[in-house]
Structures are given as C-alpha cells and as structure tokens.
Design a protein around this ligand. Structure first.
Ligand code: M6R
Length: 614
C-alpha cells in the first residue's frame, strides 16, 4: 500500500522517479507526487489520481534535479486529494518526506506540534513526521540522520520513509518498520530506494533489503551506511536481484492481468521445476526440507493468509488433510492475530502471501513466533518481509504479479501446497505408491492442460458477453472446488464491481437459494469426482428456480451439459488437482466482464496490490 521511490546521483532524478512510480502504481493510485532538489530548492509536484496526472501536471515545469523522492498513494488518513498527496514538507519547505504505512500515534504527536506552533496543511498521519523531524533538528541541533532517528523513536506504527533536505543535498535518509524498503546500489556511486525492486531493476541488480527499525543513509560522498534506531551500525547485506525487466512489461497484452492469466502454464511449471520428477517418483521442496520431519510430527498446521492467498490455503487444507492426514486449520490472518489464539510450541504456522508484505499476515506470524511456534512462509516476492522473518519457506516462483487481482500467484501457491501435500503423504506412507506416481504425472501434465483451457478464450469471452450486465452472481463448488468458487467470486467482484458470493454448493439451500431468479448467473464447478452427483442435484435446484447456469465440467460430460445454459469443459485430471484447472476459466470470465464493463482491470477502484496496513 503506497509505493515509494527515490534517487540520488548524477542522473536526472525525474525520469527515474516517474518510471518508478508507474511500476509501483499497483500499490496504490489515489494520488502521486514528487519532490526534487534543484538549485538549492525543494520543488514539489503533487496531483490527485494516477501517475499520468502528475506527469501531465509537471509538464513544462522545472523538473531538473539529481536527487528526488516520489510517492504513489493508497489513502488511509484523509481524502485522496492534492493536499493529502505525498511528499509532505516542513513549514519552511526545506525538508520533504514520503511515507508508506500508518503512524498510529499521530494524533498525540500532532497535538504537541500544534501547541508548539506547527501548522498542518493535510489530514494525513504522515505530515506529523516531517514536522517532528524538523522540530528535533532545530531544537536538538542535530543533523538530518539523527533527527530522523530520534523522531522514529517517538513513533508507533508502520513506516517506510525517505527524507530529503536541502540542507543535506548529498544525502537521502530512509527507514523502515513493517513496510518494505529496498536500497539499490548504482554503478556510478548513485543510489535508488523503493518499496520493491521493480523501479530499481532497470539500473542495478545490487540491492540491500532493510530490516525493521533500520535507517539507511545514502550519501554521495560517503556511500551507504546502515544504522538502527538504537544507533548501532549494521553491515549492509548486498544481494543480487534475479528479476528480469521483461517480467515487468505487458509484453503485447492489453492488461497485466491478461498477461498473467496467460503466463500460468509457464508459472506453474516454474513452480515445480526442480521440485518434482514424475519419472523418478520424486518430489521435494528444498526450502522446507529441514522442517519436513517436524511438519510430519506436528499435531496441526495453521495456515494464515488474506484474500486470494487464503483461498489457496483452503485448497491446501483439503490436499494436506486428505493426502497426508495432517490436521490443518486455515485462518484469516486479520482474525487470528486479534482473537487470542491457542498457539503451542509444537505448532507450525504457515503464512501464504504473494507479496510477502501483507500487514495482517506478518502480524499473525509475529504473534505465532512470539508464542514459540515454528513459522514458515510461502511467498512469491523474493526477499519480502515474510520470507525474511520465517524460519524457512518455499518461493512460488510465479514471477512479478502486477495486476491487482491475483491470478498466477494463486495457481502457484496451490502448486506449492500440492507439492507439500504429496511430499508429506509420500514420507508418511498415507498415499499408495501407485497413486503417488499417478499424481506426480498428473501434476506434470497440468501446464499443458491449463494451456488447453486458455485456448478456449473465445468461448469464454462469448459467455462473458451474456452476463456482463448482471448485478449479482453466485459461485458454487464442493470439496476443494469450494475455495475455487470463493476465488471466482472474489475475482468478479474486485475487478468488475458485480456483487458475487461463493458458497459450498450444498449450502445454497440454507439461504442463498432465495436469491435465485432468471436474472441470477450461477457459476458451478461440476467436474467429475466424489461429489459430482451431489453437485448435479444442486444444479437441478438452481434450474428449478430459473437461475442461469454456467458450469465448469470435465471434458466429455453430458449430464450437466443438458442442464446448464453454458458449459466450459476443462481437461480431465486427478480430483485433487482440479482447482489448478477450474480456476482458469473463472479468471478469464471475470477479466472479460471487467473489460466489457469498462472497468480498470489492473487497478480496480479502492484496492492496492500489497496491503501493508491493517
Ligand atoms: O500479497 P498477499 O497474497 O498477502 O495479498 C493478499 C490479498 O490482499 C490479495 O490476495 C487480494 O485479495 C487480491 N486483490 C486478490 O485478487
């Protein structure tokens, strides 16, 4: 939530910042702003709306400067208008600051500062920080770094900040706590700072991920120095980025979401590459190897996540319980962290997160860790906060996901959880050898089957045309297709703003059936398997109330075809792997409906990709 980017060096800062903000726009797009140090002045440009608005606003103005900071906002405190946009400046305009996070005690700090004569322009929590730093600097007669350090000691909450001051033109000061921040080390003695590596990758692959309560000082004369807020010096740990620039471009697709949907044959393959060999009957998740025994012996696994990742965990629960016979509990991270959960030292708590930065998921993990549980992570973003605080974990290797609606991250998460379930089942002996081998082969065949579904895009687009004006939609599924139904409903509502709900098919008659009439599209996952006949009965019940049925069926199905208004066939596979296939047509349906309704597919209203506030 909120993206920050900064540059100091010999290059012009503005083009780097604008490009960086566009890359970070998925983190929030309520407003954007830039502050540039030019000719000894801090020049400020801020605009409500997207980065493109800011760009237009800055056209023709003085955008020179070799040092600057930029911000794209997801509003928390105060309306998304020009004034509340970042950067915020000190009253004398000497200091400018950008912030991602929430200052929880901003009210009390603000009151104190007002009593000392500070005048606030915005309604944001962030503005207190810039005045506080200014105040400390003036009264304590300290330099910028020390003022930032002392200011952060008074702050409760989450922050990633970058501060620029005209009194220290060779320097930018950055810090983080619970919100991500990466430092890029350029080849020409220049430096980049950003919420994630996407704005940096084009210029350097050498990065340092800051840890909580660390302050990075990038100085054109003295280089990079890292201290913590207790003033202890830390040695920077420089890492080499493995990301590629092409992964951040649309590559000819109209939207990132469409590109990411189409990437799934590859992303699923990347996810199991080196971890699965059907021919040799072998599966292993290297990152979890040291904990395999502990997981096998544990009485329960607790999975914590939010949104789409929570749906992936639900699929994981079905898989691990059924195949490996280990008790799994899936929790919304936001609920888990506040409900005084019972956590024992022999519990294993697994966080699943695309971004690896979701505030609630992080907090749930921290809570579990404080109670002595083993904490593991399944993340997509390499070097993310969750991947760094966990005892061990597995990356999903889906590549950067830019569209706010999660697609390839979901199938990659489900793939990792499937590998985990299979590996545990094999070691525990809860799966027969022949079933284990068959499932490995079936999993290896999934990418090609996903491709076959993607090839039905035209059919899916035609169906989308029929339902694009619906006001409500129901999604039904049973077993591990129930979380797929939830995920289908989430995709539709978040990008097309159609109200949609996912239900276990049999639950429909306990309430939602009252909603069904001839206007109501009901998307049903009715693939071959244990509950097939039951789902057929549920379809009959919808039919009897004149609901419109769009069914996802196994290739060759005739029974549902006779009942449904539309069918989308997916290739046959092992029942446990159906979620990896059944989710694809639902993603495409939502995508096309969103486009037809003229919605912003990649950046739906009110949302942000990475939810770093609670
Ligand atoms: O980065 P995470 O996987 O932790 O994010 C969790 C949710 O915020 C995320 O899945 C959200 O629900 C997506 N917009 C769904 O498409």
């Amino acid at each position: 939530m909120c993206g920050i980017v900064a540059y100091i060096g010999k290059k012009e800062a503005y083009p780097i910042l604008i490009k960086g903000l566009k890359r970070l726009e998925y983190r929030g797009y309520d407003s954007a702003g830039i502050a540039l140090l030019s000719g000894g002045n801090v020049n400020l440009y801020k605009k409500q709306g997207k980065v493109a608005n800011l760009e237009e606003f800055a056209t023709g103005k003085d955008i020179s400067g070799h040092s600057g900071i930029g911000h794209t906002r997801w509003a928390t405190h105060g309306l998304p208008n020009d004034i509340n946009s970042h950067p915020h400046t000190s009253m004398d305009g000497k200091i400018a600051l950008i912030h991602n996070g929430i200052i929880e005690n901003y009210d009390s700090i603000k009151e104190e500062l007002i009593s000392r004569g500070y005048i606030f322009k915005s309604e944001t929590d962030t503005e207190v920080l810039v005045h506080l730093i200014d105040d400390i600097q003036k009264h304590e007669k300290v330099d910028l770094v020390e003022a930032v350090r002392l200011a952060l000691q008074s702050v409760i909450g989450a922050y990633a900040i970058v501060v620029l001051s005209k009194e220290f033109p060779n320097q930018l000061v950055a810090a983080r706590k619970s919100s991500p921040l990466v430092v890029g080390i350029g080849a020409e003695g220049d430096f980049y700072l950003a919420s994630d590596a996407t704005p940096i990758i084009e210029y350097t692959k050498q990065v340092v991920y800051l840890d909580d309560e660390e302050i990075a000082v990038v100085d054109l004369k003295e280089g990079l120095k890292i201290i913590n807020i207790k003033n202890q010096v830390k040695a920077p740990y420089i890492q080499e980025l493995e990301m590629h620039l092409e992964a951040l471009e649309k590559g000819g697709y109209e939207h990132f979401m469409l590109k990411e949907i189409h990437e799934q044959p590859r992303s699923i393959k990347d996810c199991f590459r080196g971890r699965l060999n059907a021919e040799k009957g072998w599966v292993s998740l290297g990152g979890l190897k040291d904990y395999q025994q502990k997981i096998m012996n544990s009485k329960r696994l607790v999975m914590v996540a939010c949104g789409t990742s929570w749906h992936a965990c639900q699929v994981g629960e079905y898989l691990i319980e059924d195949l490996a016979r280990i008790n799994v509990e899936v929790e919304y991270a936001s609920e888990f962290r506040y409900r005084n959960p019972i956590i024992n030292e022999d519990d294993i708590v697994i966080a699943v997160s695309q971004s690896g930065e979701t505030a609630d998921t992080m907090a749930a993990l921290e809570l579990a860790k404080s109670k002595g549980a083993t904490i593991l992570g399944i993340c997509n973003v390499v070097g993310s906060s969750i991947s760094r605080i966990t005892d061990a974990g597995s990356y999903t290797h889906a590549g950067p996901e830019i569209g706010v609606a999660s697609t390839k991250a979901f199938t990659a998460q489900v793939t990792v959880l499937t590998l985990m379930a299979l590996s545990l089942a094999n070691r525990k002996g809860t799966l027969s050898s022949s079933k284990f081998h068959t499932m490995l082969s079936e999993l290896e065949a999934i990418p090609d089957k996903v491709q076959r579904i993607l090839d039905k895009n035209d059919l899916i687009e035609e169906i989308a045309k029929v339902y694009k004006d619906a006001s409500n939609a129901l999604y039904l599924g049973r077993g591990s297709s129930f979380p797929v139904a939830l995920e289908g409903a989430l995709k539709l509502k978040e990008i097309s703003y159609i109200h949609a709900e996912g239900y276990p098919a049999a639950e429909m008659k306990h309430g939602p059936i009252a909603l069904i009439d001839e206007e109501m599209p009901v998307f049903v996952i009715a693939t071959k398997g244990t509950s097939y006949e039951k789902v057929v009965s549920n379809i009959q019940e919808v039919k009897a109330r004149k609901g419109k049925i769009i069914a996802i069926v196994t290739e060759g199905d005739v029974q549902v075809r006779d009942l449904a208004d539309h069918v989308i066939e997916i290739p046959d596979t092992d029942e446990h792997l159906v979620p990896l296939l059944a989710t694809i047509p639902l993603q495409l349906l939502s995508y096309h409906i969103s486009v037809m309704r003229g919605c912003n597919v990649d950046q739906p209203r009110n949302l942000a990709k990475s939810v770093t506030v609670e």
